[in-house]
Design a protein around this ligand. Structure first.
Ligand code: GLP
Length: 249
């Protein structure tokens, strides 16, 4: 896993937004649309803001871009404050020229066999799109990626998952309401199939997990560590997140 420590948060956000923009232009020149894997959470907000700016001011064209979001809460309506669908519309989709049929989000209104079938269809849609070119990832305080909580196996695919108490607490703190108990999430194996993985970890509250991630052998207790060994995985941090991560002698 390649570590890049930027001088400040903004530089990391701009670097990732520029990489995404270059990929979008490259694929467009090749006559096809880039396939992007997208994450929610506080971390990528500045990246999406910069993509919106590039669309408005520089004409960055999303007409053929295809997107797949990582995860979604179960049972949260599309207009609820915690809805990832709502988040993506507010921060990106409503402000760029993505074609609605090219935007893919996991549904929040399914349970049981219907949810399982939907997850299989989601995997098939990713394959039909030619696979994900670049997956944007944040990392949870307990090392989760998407909603792959500690213990998630390396061969996991898109599925219904139970949320860890740490995850539920961090959401209910932010939302002022009880976080749902379950979610649908791409699996670790699904994520590992993306051609580029870009993990953003910003701020002092991510220092421990960044240190753990860089120190540790891949193990299911720290799901983000299972991304080690991917041929093109980069961890983008700011000095606050990287403080505890200088190599130990
Ligand atoms: C969440 C999401 C992840 C996200 C992570 C970090 O629970 N399911 O996709 O990357 O937590 O969130 P934040 O960026 O707010 O720290």
């Amino acid at each position: 896993m390649e570590l890049r420590v930027f001088g400040e948060r903004r530089e990391a956000e701009l670097a990732l937004a520029r990489e995404i923009a270059e990929l979008v232009r490259l694929r467009r020149d090749e006559g096809r649309g880039a396939v992007l894997g997208l994450a929610t959470g506080r971390t990528p907000v500045g990246v999406y803001a910069e993509l919106v700016r590039m669309h408005r001011e520089e004409g960055l064209d999303f007409a053929r871009v295809v997107t797949f979001n990582l995860d979604e809460f179960e049972g949260v309506s599309a207009d609820a404050p915690g809805s990832f669908r709502r988040f993506m519309h507010e921060h990106l989709f409503a402000h760029v020229n993505l074609a609605p049929e090219c935007v893919h989000l996991l549904r929040s209104d399914l349970t049981g066999a219907a949810a399982a079938a939907h997850c299989e269809e989601y995997e098939a849609a990713i394959r039909d799109a030619g696979g994900i070119d670049l997956q944007v990832l944040g990392v949870g305080l307990n090392g989760h990626v998407g909603f792959n909580e500690p213990g998630s196996p390396r061969d996991s695919r898109t599925r219904r998952v139970e949320l860890h108490p740490v995850t539920r607490r961090s959401y209910s703190d932010g939302l002022g309401e009880e976080a749902p108990t379950h979610a649908l999430s791409m699996g670790i194996a699904t994520i590992l199939e993306a051609r580029r993985l870009r993990v953003l970890a910003l701020g002092a509250h991510k220092a421990d997990i960044v240190a753990e991630l860089l120190r540790g052998e891949p193990r299911a207790e720290v799901p983000a560590s299972l991304l080690h060994g991917h041929p093109d995985v980069r961890l983008l941090t700011d000095p606050e997140a990287a403080t505890a991560s200088s190599p130990t002698p």
